[in-house]
Design a binder for this molecule. Structure first.
Ligand code: PLP
Length: 285
């Protein structure tokens, strides 16, 4: 699988070239999205496009996001790379300048890049089949614009690496006040006494599309109460269930936090109910 899209052209990844003066390379000056697809069906395409536009607007890259054009690119990448379970990565940087200068140049064109990569099969709503996570926790030391899906991800990478070095596949983050923000590449949910809670959105968190879809699907269904509010580290440690959400993981149960079991250390009933609803409704968006 190696056909990619670069500035309007489809070509083998090995032949794709960008300038070393591209501001995406020099400054991490760009916005990205990752959209999952299963057998050619994209999950959450419109909300992903809206977030892409929000990110471009936030950093003043003046490029209207053309939903139909990006849908065509995604379709081409899926078709040309063999279909199946694919993530579509879209990256728009401010473009290449002839000199390195912090100010936004007025007269350069954005670099647009997209590729497809294999993702695991969609999670199935069965406890025995769930991919369980153990996580570390640490203070969130990133910048205060985490609501922008910037390609400048070194802060996230360093936090991920913290958990990775301890043998985990994620790191849950909290602010100075001991309030959860998110994880290095996921949003976080806790469940206590049947009530699902997730930190409310602000500049410390990415507005995850899976988070948005989970909240909307649960609210529409109405059988599981959901809250968006401050969630503390103490609540994380006392939770019956903890979940991570992201486009490729959907809803992933966390069974251990900092070496201690979450609840009874097993995948929970509320996870099963939520993942069942998510599986049934994820193509509605
Ligand atoms: N938070 C961060 C920092 C992320 O990088 C991601 C996904 O990449 C998420 C949350 C989850 O977002 P989404 O559900 O849109 O994949």
């Amino acid at each position: 699988m190696n056909i990619v899209y670069l500035n309007g052209i489809y070509l083998p990844m090995a032949e794709a070239r960008i300038s070393p003066m591209d501001r995406g390379f020099l400054f991490g000056d760009g916005i990205y999205e990752v959209i999952p697809s299963y057998d050619g069906r994209l999950v959450g395409f419109d909300p992903h496009m809206k977030r892409l536009q929000d990110g471009l607007d936030a950093i003043e890259i003046r490029l209207p996001v053309d939903h139909a054009a990006w849908r065509e690119v995604a379709g081409q990448l899926i078709a040309q790379n063999g279909g199946g379970n694919l993530g579509i990565y879209i990256h728009i940087s401010r473009g290449a300048d002839i000199r390195r200068n912090h100010a936004y140049p007025e007269d350069i064109s954005p670099t647009t890049y997209a590729f497809a990569f294999e993702i695991p099969p969609a999670p199935v709503p069965e406890k025995a089949a769930a991919t369980c996570y153990t996580v570390a926790t640490t203070e969130d030391l990133r910048w205060r614009r985490c609501n922008i899906k910037s390609t400048a991800l070194l802060g996230n990478v360093m936090h991920y690496q913290h958990g990775h070095a301890l043998g985990h596949k994620e790191t849950i983050l909290h602010n100075e006040a001991g309030e959860l923000t998110e994880a290095s590449a996921c949003n976080v949910f806790v469940v206590k006494n049947g009530i699902v809670a997730t930190p409310q959105l602000d500049h410390q968190k990415l507005p995850g599309i899976t988070r948005l879809m989970v909240l909307e699907i649960l609210r529409r269904d109405g059988s599981i109460p959901v809250e968006e509010r401050v969630v503390t580290m103490k609540e994380l440690k006392d939770a019956d269930e903890v979940w991570l959400t992201s486009s490729s993981k959907e809803i992933a149960p966390v069974v251990e936090v900092d070496g201690k079991p979450v609840g009874n250390g097993k995948v929970g009933d509320v996870w099963l109910a939520a993942q069942t609803l998510y599986t049934a409704h994820k193509f509605d968006f």
